[in-house]
Design a protein around this ligand. Structure first.
Ligand SMILES: [Zn+2]
Length: 147
């Protein structure tokens, strides 16, 4: 289960629309709570590291970018709780490539972007034996700053 406020869901959708027809990607920063529940309090956009041609169907975060994101998170007492990326003109379902390059515990949010418009957003968590992704429930909250 992952808790994300409306504002951050919107920013992930907007990032996917902005980078269309290429894939966008970024980190989700927040906290791991009890019972493997996560809370996202900030999104950290990262550019897609792949060559122009490959950008359409696979995402990759450069190690130095991940390190920079983790350092930024630590300075704010947050952790990297997951990753998000977009699927231009494809479903909000992780690909085989995504499965092969994922780690357990983290959440993977996939945004489906069709004709430059974000049409679906789903969160996934890898099975501990790495055999598959299971869809994860997204709890949408209203951020404290807006109450
Ligand atoms: Zn993907």
């Amino acid at each position: 289960m992952i808790e994300v406020d409306q504002e951050h869901l919107e920013s992930m959708r907007a990032h996917g629309e902005r980078d269309y027809p290429f894939e966008c990607c970024g980190l989700m920063l927040g906290q791991f709570d009890n019972n493997s529940r996560k809370t996202v309090v900030e999104t950290y956009p990262i550019s897609n590291a792949r060559e122009e041609e490959a950008k359409r169907n696979r995402f990759l975060i450069r190690p130095e970018e991940l390190v920079r994101g983790e350092k930024y998170a630590r300075e704010k007492n947050l952790e990297v709780v997951g990753f998000y990326h977009s699927h231009p003109d494809d479903r909000a379902v992780p690909s085989q490539y995504d499965l092969e390059h994922a780690w357990p515990t983290y959440s993977y949010i996939v945004v489906s972007v069709k004709q430059a418009s974000a049409v679906d957003l789903r969160s996934w968590e890898m099975e501990s034996d790495r055999s598959r992704f299971n869809e994860e429930e997204i709890i949408t909250i209203v951020s404290a700053g807006r109450l």
